[in-house]
Design a protein around this ligand. Sequence first.
Ligand code: GLV
Length: 326
Amino acid sequence: MPQVLLTRELVPEAMRALEGRCELDLWERSPEAMPRDDLLRRAKDKDGLLTLLTEKVDAELLDAAGPRLKIVANHAVGFDNIDVPECTRRGVLVTNTPDVLTEATADLAWALVLASIRRVAEGDRFLRARTPWVWDPRMMLGHDLYGKTFGIVGCGRIGQAAARRATGFGMRIVYSDAVRLPAEAEQRLGAEYLSLDDLLAQSDVVSVHAPLTPETRHLFNAGTFRKMKHTAVLVNTARGPIVDEAALAEALHAGEIFAAGLDVYEREPQVEAALLDLDSVTLLPHLGSATVGTRVAMGLLAVENLFAGIAGERPRTPLNPEVLER
Ligand code: GLV
């Protein structure tokens, strides 16, 4: 039987798909995160690792696992936690879980757009605090979406799904990315390609859907916020370190931008203390793909990838398929 390490319990459907097909080493204190020392120790002599975005897969872990390791199946679309070139060098396959979470994540980005521009969570907190109130024409005003500009930073699968939703809100759609989309895709989305600076200057909503790379780390910093409209909102459902959280707290505090909605954090699961005190930011605990259907699909895809990799077959969603061509 192949030896598999699973770093946190998955949804029951995915756990059932693992049953009877491998010798499963499951981190027993799930949902607590697996400490690094335990991860290093228990990776030893495994054929496959089924990891989450919280596990750093680097040369140290690959050394600890040893030469039996054939695949790292990541239960996430993002793979900034994995040193893919190092895995490739060692002939270890890496897979992620794209596509199955695209629509759920775009929905959550929009939940944050609406929550931040219309002060939804703030209103909820206000009532729960038993604050006395009466309907007032000046009370808790947000900003309109209809006729405004929706700016997408990183227009891949999730960015495009967010764009499709913006059409329903009657918004103009602009995007910025390292690579411009084919004209046909721009036409289909009704999206206009802009430089990041032009996008920041023109957008009423800026939604981040880029991967975390050295180029996107702190892409949103004090200078970036100064280029945005005072009435704009920033939403980040991608990766926390793309936004400098201390600078964001200052920009919100100074009124340089109107509001923000965050699902991901620079030092996840920690949240910058200065943000916790601000009513103008809506905070969620990384729920982008957190729907029943999506988590089942992600779990089943990760398990399918895992067993394909162990069998030496091409997984459904490989990140380094060249490993199989050797
Ligand atoms: C979640 O953040 C993912 O990358 O799937």
